[in-house]
Each structure stands twice: as structure tokens, then as C-alpha cells.
Design a protein around this ligand. Structure first.
Ligand SMILES: [Zn+2]
Length: 842
């Protein structure tokens, strides 16, 4: 079913999307602040690479103190990070981090933009980054962002020096910003964009420097700062009862999946921006000096300023609606401005202020959170004017159908009007899903076909209602996304975005299915109904050398939202092999292959994502010893599930259960990623763990960072972590200890086992270790010295202690067979010494 976004949607095409959360109800102080911002005609674009790179102190200062329209351009959505709050990784993590950025901007008052670049994981050099990103396209997107937002001032978070040793994405973000600064104003560059926007030359470009770019505070103190501008970003906002840096902390606290929940900060604090390009301001105290940021900046603006400066000056905090007549006068003039950019930006701001001054409550809620195409929903429209302004609702129109509902009803003060309509979702409307995930992209880029969507933080909602009002006699239209409003006895009133979902979606329970031998496995496939009375069939797609039975099963689900589970038998080939399987649901001749993923956290709006419902199948050639594994969870990984897949019995051990008696039940203990960074209790349990090793157990510790380690000694012997990492996932791996048991038993590990790894080899390798440790592997990124600390094995008492920075947590979910085989050896080590001695003697 091919779907197109209705054009209507783009009539109100804008950078900020209204989240379908509880609508903002501005307090009088906030209305006043919005009027001050309305009267400032200047803008700042902040540029960095990832969600959480942005300096919220500076964004908040520009937005709330200077009153500039301020945006953060994050080159990526942060897919490559780790998730501290749940299981979502990769594209799903990018969806969460996108929403966290929007939540942060909701606090600091900025807007949010992106490019099509994908965060493919750590990169050491901008050269590598820009190759994987498709530099021309990302550069085009940065130029596009500048042309659309039209900033006077651009501030880079990072240094553009390619030799600075920073994350390649960081340095690239600054390099791209530098280049785009010179191109955005040139009409010969990226000409196709000019069908949708106009050229723009920002005035100046800065680097948001900091002492840590210089190595120490002392070195930074000694630097010549004649080219720098500084701000005290600790200013206090009495209208908010908060300091700027306090507000900024609250904004960055939204990056919860990255562990940014921290204490707030306040008090005087200096930020520096270092001039790079353009015009240096005559007045160093004002980054906008030389730019007219008054209404005089725009042709026809003087008369608007005359009205609006008076509105600001005479604002009545006890009765904001007193400003409505003047605001309406200004609105009429603003909507006649020739300059399209300022007309669009200021009309939008002004409308929101007029609404807020009227205490307007305008909401369209559906009777269900989601529906599939061709089905009907009931809408409840609530319109309430809580002021003495004259509101006449002339008509409203719903994006799902042609024509308007004529009303001509006066909204008398505080008299609620309700309208009920039943609408049908046209077949042509697209499913709700992040637009950048609709097509399969490359490692470094999302594929977005519609130019107008590029840069938007999220997909504009397609089911909307346009209301045509006459406010004090002046026609003003206001648009609302349809939402779903409901309540829970233990949570109160809740809001969700209204969504269009497929009639059927299907998912295979496991994303990677590992076959440790040639026995068949039963897999479970779940079909979810997006409508009532779903009847059809399900079958599976699979590679030639595999088999799946039965061929087809009957789908019959009575109610929308209900699920039906199916069991299929997957029969692997005799030899090592891998491929993909996917479900195919057929309903009335239409085929559905996507999985519907729901993301539900308290700090961001509810999200649904549609992705291909496929799973990877891997027939492994693997042997293993030992059976019972205890897993100590760290910052979150799915290693336990992966080990279960290859036949281990894995039990998660809570820190309080780390006792000699409990540990004695296990053949090996595996410690999850960064456990020694995030689990406080390990401080008191390390002795017990190391005793378990002495008594004959195996202990495998996955990577930790040096920052905030909870223990003095990670290992029974000297072990010093470093920041060494090998980010090239296909970097050569040299077996420097080929005779070692861990490379020979029970599986013979060869260079071949390091083929097909994803994202990276590993990270935070130890750089120094005691003589008790045997280094097993050596590897390095291009142009670097060999790093030998990725896998260190030591005998301790009767058992073995293994420290590894290899990224098993990334490889397992991708079904990388060599990673499984090597990990099986790590778990098996010492479990059958007689056998291994015999083997080595053979
Ligand atoms: Zn970053």
C-alpha cells in the first residue's frame, strides 16, 4: 500500500513540532517572556554532533537572557550510544534521544534540528567520519539548516582542528559548520534547496571554547582572549525563580538514557566563545552588535514595534488579556510583512501569545490512541475562551477529509463548546513512524526522500484540525494535532500522540536466533491486530539452505490491540550458515511485514516505530563447557539472553545475593558492561567475587571506564584501564598467544572468527597489567600502535579471571558467530584441563 503525506501538512511546516503532550498552558510570567522574545529579532544556531553534546547553559542564556531565537543542530540522533534506562539500542535509541533533545529544548527554550547523518559509533578521525557519513549530503543538510533557520550567529561546540584527537563526529560537526558558513549565502551552492528556501549569510561564527580544550585551567588563563567574548551564564531570572545555569541543568537532565540525571547548578559562571569567521562585533559585550535586532530590522517592522514595545512595557501580569486588542493589531501588520521568513516566524509566535492571553483551551481528542487506515474514530473537540476577547469560531476542517465544518459560533467567556465528529482515516495516509527510519539507509546516513522533512526533529502529525477564528474581528487560524487523552487511577490525566498503525504487525520474539547444532528450534512469532476482526494468514520468508514449518498458519484475531502467537519450526543446515527470516502476514490480499515497536518512558512522549520484522538466524559451529552462569548486570546489555541462546543456563545475580554460598552454584560469573562504574554495591562484593575465582570459578569482566570506578582493584592483580579503543570493526586481529587455551578449547579460534564484527572491536582496553595476565590478542586502528589489552586472562587460585574490552555486547545482538565461539572458550576455560592437556600434547 503506497502512502503519501497530505500536502496540507506542509502549510504549517515548521521547525518545532507541537508534541502531543499536555498542551502548554502559559502563566502570565511566561506570556510576558514570550512577548519579550517576540520583540527580539535575532537568532543563534548552536552546532554539535550528538544529543547531549550541546551546552544547555549557553543555549538557555541565548534563549532566555538575550531572548534570541535559538536552535541546536545535532548532526546525529545518537543511535550509537548506550542506553542506561532500557533495552533500546541503535535506531530505537536514536528515537529516544531525539525526544530527550526535544524535552531539553522544552526546558531551555531552544528549537531542535538534525541532519541525515547517522551516529555509527565512535570514530577517531574526522576523515573516517566524513567518509562514512557521505560528507556532501551532511554538508548539504547543514547548509539547509542555516538557510531555513537563518541564524545571525553560529556557535560550534567543538574545535575544527582535524588533529585534535577528539571524537571524529565532534570535529566533523565543527568542520562542516565552518564550511557551511561560507556556502549558505551562495546561490550557486545546493541549488535544489532554493525551491524551498532562500540563501542566508550568517554574520559570525564562534567556537564555544572551554579550558578543557587547553588541557588545564592554568593554560587557559594564560591564553590571549582578545578574540573571545564571554558571558556570565549564571544570571538569575526572577520571573522563573531560577538561575540560567539551574535551568540549563534541568534541560540536560533530560538526557536520562545517557545517565545525565545530575544535581542542578547556580551562581556566577563564565562561558567563552572564540571568534572564528565573519564580522567581529564592535561591542564585545554584545554578540549581536552591528545587527539591528529591533523591529526596524524588517521592512514594515517599525509600526509593529511601536505597538509591541508598548504591549511589553504595559503588560498587566494580573490580566494578560488586556493586551489582546494591541496584539491583534500587530498580528494584522505582521501577517502583511513582505519578508516571508520573519512573517512566518513572528506570526507563529504572535498567535501563541494571543492564544495564551485568551486562556484559550483548544483540544481535539480521539476516542482511541491509534487506528488503522480505512477505519473510523470519534473526535471530541473542546473549545473554551477564558477571556473577554471576542472569539468567533467560523469553521474548522479536518485533514482527513475535504471541506470544512461551518460553525459561526461565538465563544462566550468561559462557556465551553464541545463538538463531536466521526472521521475515517484515508487509505492514502502514512503510518505513524519516524520519517528517517522509513527507508533503509547506509551505515552513516538515513535515507529521506522528501526534502521538506530533512532536518525536522520528528514526523509532522498527519491527522490535524485547522480552526478558523475571528478574534476581535480578525481572521486567525489555529491548528491542533489530534491527541489521545485518558486517565489512570494511579497517574491522573495522561496524553498520547494519536497514531495511524498498520492493520497487522508481526514480530519474531528473538532478533537473533543462534543454532549451536543442527537441531531445529521453535520460534515464536506474534501478530498484533491493528483493527477488529483480523482474518488472514501468516507465513515466513527464509534462506534457501534453511527450512521452516509449517508453510502457513491461520490468523484470526477478534479485537484490535490483541495478539496471536504462532510457533514455527526452524531447521538449520548441517554446516555454519547465516541469513534472515521474516514474517509475512496476508490480510485480504495486502501484505504486512513490519513490526510495531512501542517506546514508553515518563520523560518523553509515547513513541511507536515501525521496523522490518526480521530476525537473523545463525547456525554456529560451537562447542562449550560449563553450564551455569551468574550474570551481574551493569549499565545494560543483552549478553545474558545471548548466552542463553547458545544453551547456557544464565541467572541474574543481584548485588545483595553475591555471597560465597550463592556463587558456588555457578561455573562462571560474567560481569555486565560498566558494572564497576554504575553498581555501588560492588565495592563491598569484590572480595567475595575474587574468592570465588580462587576456589575454581571463572570470572569474566567486560569493559569499564576509569571514570568513577567503585573499586580500587578491578582484578586480583595489577590492571590499569586506559582510553585505548579500536573503532575499526574490521581492524586486523593478531593472535599473539596462539597456543593459549582460550584460543584452542573447546573451539579453535582463528582470524576468521574476527570477520563480520560490527561497529568496533572494543573499548577502554587496559594499557598496563601484572605479569600474571596473558595478553591474547593484538589489534589497532590504522596508523596507531598495537593495542594488546583487549583480552587478558590470568589464573588465580584454582580459577580464571578474564578482563575483556572486546565489544561482545555489540556483537552478540548482531549474531556474530566468532564472538560467540570466543566467549564460549572464555566460559569453558579450565573446565576440562585433562582434556586440554591431552589435546595440546597431541
Ligand atoms: Zn558527542
Amino acid at each position: 500500500m503506497r502512502k503519501t503525506i497530505p500536502n496540507l501538512l506542509f502549510l504549517l511546516f515548521s521547525l518545532i513540532t507541537v508534541l502531543a503532550q499536555q498542551p502548554d498552558k502559559l502563566k502570565a510570567s511566561e506570556i510576558y517572556e514570550s512577548i519579550s522574545k517576540l520583540n527580539f529579532l535575532g537568532s543563534v544556531l548552536y552546532v554539535a554532533a550528538h544529543p547531549d553534546d550541546e551546552n544547555t547553559r549557553l543555549i538557555s542564556y541565548m534563549s532566555n537572557h538575550i531572548k534570541a531565537r535559538t536552535a541546536y543542530l545535532s548532526i546525529t540522533r545518537g543511535d550509537g550510544g548506550q542506553n542506561l534506562i532500557g533495552p533500546e539500542i541503535r535506531e530505537l535509541l536514536g528515537v529516544i534521544r531525539t525526544q530527550e533533545l526535544l524535552a531539553a529544548r522544552g526546558v531551555d527554550g531552544g528549537e531542535q534540528m538534525f541532519t541525515r547523518a547517522n551516529d555509527f559509533g565512535y570514530s577517531k578521525h574526522p576523515e573516517e567520519t566524513l567518509k562514512i557519513w557521505d560528507k556532501d549530503n551532511v554538508l548539504s543538510d547543514v547548509v539547509w539548516a542555516i538557510r531555513k533557520f537563518k541564524p545571525d550567529v553560529i556557535i560550534n561546540r567543538f574545535n575544527d582542528d582535524a588533529t585534535n584527537g577528539n571524537h571524529g563526529h565532534h570535529t566533523s560537526s565543527a568542520m562542516l559548520s565552518m564550511e557551511a558558513f561560507d556556502l549558505a549565502g551562495d546561490k550557486e551552492q545546493f541549488k535544489d534547496q532554493l525551491n524551498h528556501t532562500t540563501v542566508w549569510q550568517p554574520k559570525s561564527l564562534y567556537f564555544n571554547t572551554h579550558w578543557w580544550f587547553y588541557g588545564s585551567r592554568e593554560k587557559f588563563d594564560a591564553v590571549d582572549k582578545s578574540n573571545m567574548i564571554n558571558f556570565d551564564i549564571g544570571v538569575y531570572y526572577p520571573l522563573k525563580g531560577l538561575s540560567n545555569n539551574e535551568l540549563a541543568s534541568m534541560a540536560s537532565n533530560k538526557h536520562l538514557c545517557q545517565g545525565f540525571g545530575r544535581l542542578t547548578q547556580r551562581g556566577s559562571q563564565i562561558e567563552y566563545i572564540d571568534f572564528l569567521k565573519g564580522d567581529f562585533p564592535e561591542d564585545k559585550a554584545n554578540v549581536f552588535s552591528g545587527i539591528d535586532t529591533s523591529w526596524n530590522r524588517v521592512r514594515g517592522g517599525k509600526a509593529i514595534g511601536d505597538i509591541l514595545y508598548a504591549v511589553e512595557k504595559d503588560f498587566d501580569f494580573t490580566n494578560p488579556s488586556a493586551s489582546i486588542p494591541k496584539l491583534i493589531d500587530a498580528y494584522t501588520l505582521v501577517s502583511q510583512l513582505e519578508d516571508e521568513h520573519w512573517r512566518t516566524v513572528k506570526t507563529k509566535e504572535l498567535k501563541a501569545i494571543i492564544e495564551a492571553c485568551s486562556g484559550l483551551y483548544l483540544e481535539v481528542s480521539a476516542d482511541t490512541p491509534n487506528i488503522s487506515n480505512g477505519n473510523s474514530i470519534a473526535l471530541n473537540i473542546e473549545a473554551l475562551n477564558r477571556s473577554n476577547a471576542s472569539y468567533n469560531l467560523r469553521s474548522y476542517s479536518i485533514s482527513t477529509q475535504a471541506g470544512a465544518f461551518e460553525k459561526n459560533i461565538a465563544l462566550e467567556p468561559n462557556v465551553k463548546q464541545n463538538f463531536n465528529d466521526t472521521i475515517s482515516i484515508p487509505e492514502s495516509f502514512k503510518y505513524t513512524t519516524p520519517y528517517w527510519l522509513e527507508n533503509k539507509g547506509t551505515l552513516g546516513m538515513y535515507k529521506v526522500d522528501d526534502r521538506r522533512l530533512i532536518g525536522l526533529p520528528e514526523t509532522p502529525r498527519s491527522v490535524t484540525v485547522d480552526f478558523d477564528f475571528n478574534i476581535n474581528g480578525v481572521p486567525i487560524s489555529i491548528t491542533r494535532d489530534v491527541i489521545y487523552r485518558y486517565s489512570k487511577p494511579d497517574k491522573g490525566e495522561l496524553y498520547r500522540p494519536f497514531e495511524i498503525i498498520p492493520a497487522a504487525s508481526a514480530s519474531i520474539t528473538d532478533k537473533v536466533i543462534i543454532f549451536e547444532n543442527d537441531r531445529h528450534k521453535e520460534i515464536s512469532v506474534v501478530v498484533k491486530a491493528g483493527k477488529d476482526d483480523l482474518k488472514g494468514s501468516i507465513s515466513m520468508n527464509y534462506p534457501n539452505d534453511w527450512n521452516i514449518y509449517p508453510d502457513e498458519q491461520v490468523v484470526d484475531i477478534a479485537h484490535k490491540g490483541e495478539e496471536q502467537s504462532f510457533v514455527f519450526s526452524v531447521i538449520p543446515p548441517k554446516f555454519q550458515s547465516e541469513g534472515h527470516i521474516s514474517p509475512r502476514v496476508t490480510i485480504n490480499g495486502d501484505t504486512y511485514t513490519k513490526e510495531l515497536i512501542e517506546i514508553d518512558y515518563d520523560h518523553i512522549p509515547y513513541q511507536t516505530v515501525l521496523l522490518p520484522g526480521e530476525s537473523k538466524i545463525v547456525r554456529l559451529d560451537i562447542k562449550k563447557k560449563g553450564e551455569n552462569i551468574g550474570y551481574i548486570e551493569g549499565a545494560g546489555d543483552t549478553v545474558p539472553e545471548s548466552l542463553q541462546q547458545i544453551g547456557y543456563n544464565v541467572v541474574t545475580i543481584k548485588p545483595e545475593d553475591i555471597t560465597p554460598e550463592h556463587l558456588a552454584k555457578f561455573d562462571a560469573i560474567v560481569v555486565g558492561i560498566r558494572a564497576y562504574n554504575v553498581v555501588d554495591a560492588l565495592k563491598y562484593k569484590q572480595k567475595t567475587l575474587l574468592e570465588f575465582v580462587e576456589n575454581g570459578g571463572n570470572m569474566i569482566v567486560q569493559y569499564n571506564t576509569n571514570f568513577r570506578l567503585k573499586v580500587d582493584n578491578l582484578a586480583p592483580f595489577d590492571l590499569k584501564l586506559s582510553r585505548d579503543r579500536v573503532t575499526e570493526e574490521n581492524a586486523e586481529v593478531r593472535l599473539i598467544n596462539p597456543e593459549h587455551e582460550v584460543l584452542n578449547y573447546p573451539n579453535k579460534i582463528t582470524e576468521k572468527d574476527f570477520e563480520g564484527w560490527t561497529q568496533e572491536r572494543g573499548l577502554y582496553y587496559p594499557s598496563e597489567w601484572g605479569p600474571e595476565f596473558s595478553p591474547i590478542l593484538s589489534m589497532n586502528d590504522k596508523g596507531e600502535t598495537p593495542k594488546d589489552g583487549s583480552l587478558l586472562v590470568a589464573k588465580h587460585g584454582k580459577g580464571h579471571y578474564i578482563y575483556t574490552g572486546l565489544s561482545f555486547f555489540r556483537e552478540f545482538p548482531e549474531g556474530v558467530s566468532g564472538a560467540y565461539r570466543l566467549f564460549a572458550n572464555m566460559l569453558s576455560i579450565g573446565k576440562d584441563n585433562i582434556d586440554i592437556e591431552k589435546k595440546l600434547n597431541d
